[in-house]
Design a protein around this ligand. Structure first.
Ligand SMILES: [Zn+2]
Length: 90
């Protein structure tokens, strides 16, 4: 079963994970909701080392910010689209 991970701030453009055994590089790029789906436990561990965390942490079903500049929905305080400041969405 795939795990949904939120990528850390600053890595929202994607993370490349190289398979330890296969040498194949898999690119994880955050979707519109700022998360990636990972079904490879080794990749999940590697992503966690980059600072990714399960999107289900804390039990919140809805968590996010809304950019005051361009209206982009983000999981982070800094808009990944325009770099503006996002405000918490209720
Ligand atoms: Zn923005």
């Amino acid at each position: 079963m795939a795990t949904k991970l939120c990528l850390p701030d600053g890595a929202v453009r994607g993370i490349d994970i190289q398979g330890a055994q296969t040498g194949t590089v898999t690119s994880y790029t955050a979707g519109r909701d700022g998360t990636v789906s990972v079904d490879n436990p080794q990749h999940e561990r590697a992503l966690r080392e980059y600072g990714a965390f399960p999107s289900s942490l804390g039990g919140h079903t809805r968590r996010g910010f809304r950019c005051a500049g361009c209206g982009f929905g983000s999981f982070f305080k800094h808009c990944s689209r325009c770099g503006g400041t996002c405000e918490r969405e209720n």
